[in-house]
Design a protein around this ligand. Structure first.
Ligand SMILES: Cc1ncc(COP(=O)(O)O)c(C=O)c1O
Length: 369
């Protein structure tokens, strides 16, 4: 296609401005490009143990009837998640990953000129929800790598429609506490919807973590997002959910595609939810790995941010793109901080014990320490 033909395309201005999501590098791509046979991916905060045996059995079972459309209302899964969370079923919406619910929130509540507030750095999909709907993104810098709720409160004005709070935050692994959230929520005007993205909720060890479901049941205009991609190890199936008052859920359902959550995802999520042992192993592996990462970083004299999630945020004290490339040559895929405006930081998913050792020795070699 010639340049002049490309110029003739009448693409909407906000779509032109959208920056496509840049995912972690896939294992097969790194093997191909660098001629490596052993590659580990610690780049996308996936579960290093893989899915639970019950989930795999459910996929096999469900495979036999994928000629059918899925249940658009996710009835069985809805019952199970409602009972798991102890909230009524009408407080739930399921999505093709929590990514889809972030998008639905934007479509439902943002119009041209509205404002969406987020912490910086944080998860990039929130900004896309604003751009997609011609709304303005207001970025409030983190304080000590943590969402600054005081500054966010100050940034709210009559144009503000949504505040996104990743808790734990990606890429820093930090949390805002129950006390801070309670104080914050009391001062927010009712017309502003506060979204707590709790994608890493299951990994949190701190007793100060807020119970946002309680706040929803108390009637606040809050949406809590959770996912089956991380602790439940189903990232490849794409299923997440939102919790909110039924009035909010009903509006979010208006633009939702009728069969947005596929049949394999629904049946497998249901099975994964019942496998408590696999979740226990996942969390135990993460706790052990977290301690080992801290030890490794301390041995190398590196500053890191204590994490409540399944990844670490560490200052490698030089251009992390170079460190990334060197780790890649040693078969370890990580994530550079430049995309989060922190060019000397790396984000690394906590892996299995073996993967963590491979990463730490590759890092030691890379830094020449
Ligand atoms: C904070 C945060 N929210 C949401 C997501 C998206 O998760 P899902 O796979 O459910 O779309 C991620 C994925 O990395 C994330 O880090």
């Amino acid at each position: 296609m010639s340049d002049s033909m490309k110029r003739q395309l009448q693409v909407k201005e906000n779509i032109r401005q959208l920056v496509p999501y840049s995912p972690g590098k896939p294992i097969e791509e790194v093997k191909r490009e660098l001629g490596l046979t052993d590659v580990i991916k610690l780049a996308s905060n996936e579960n290093p143990l893989g899915p639970s045996p019950a989930a795999i059995a459910a996929i096999r079972h469900a495979a036999a009837h994928v000629q059918l459309y899925p249940d658009g209302s996710c009835y069985e899964l809805r019952q199970a998640v409602a009972s798991h969370l102890d909230v009524p079923g009408d407080h739930l919406i399921f999505g093709n990953g929590s990514d889809e619910i972030i998008q639905l929130i934007g479509i439902t509540f943002l119009s041209e000129g509205d404002e969406l507030i987020l912490g910086d750095p944080s998860f990039s999909r929130y900004e896309s929800a604003a751009v997609l709907n011609q709304a303005k993104t207001v970025k409030v810098p983190l304080k000590n790598w943590t969402y600054d709720l005081e500054a966010i409160k100050e940034a709210i004005n009559e144009k503000t429609r949504i505040v996104f709070i990743a808790n734990p935050n990606n890429p820093t692994g930090t949390i805002v506490t129950e006390r801070d959230v309670r104080a914050f929520i009391e001062k927010i005007p009712d017309r502003v919807i506060v979204v707590f993205d709790e994608a890493y909720y299951e990994y949190v060890e701190s007793s100060d973590y807020p119970n946002t479901l309680r706040l929803i049941l108390d009637g606040y205009n809050l949406i809590t997002l959770r996912t089956f991609s991380k602790a439940y190890a189903l990232a490849g199936l794409r299923i997440g959910y939102g919790v909110a008052r039924p009035e909010i859920i009903n509006y979010l359902n208006q633009p939702r595609e009728p069969f947005n959550v596929n049949l394999l995802a629904q049946e497998t999520a249901l099975a994964a939810l019942t496998d408590k042992e696999h979740l226990r192993k996942t969390l135990a592996t993460n706790q052990i790995g977290k301690k080992r990462f801290y030890e490794g970083f301390e041995e190398l004299g590196l500053n890191y941010v204590p994490t409540e999630a399944n990844f670490a945020w560490v200052d490698v004290e030089k251009d992390s793109k170079e460190v990334f490339q060197s780790l890649l040559r040693r078969g370890v895929i990580t994530r550079t901080g430049d995309i989060f405006n922190a060019p000397t930081y790396l984000r690394i998913t906590i892996g299995t014990e073996g993967e963590n050792e491979v990463f730490l020795s590759a890092l030691k070699e890379t830094l020449g320490k």
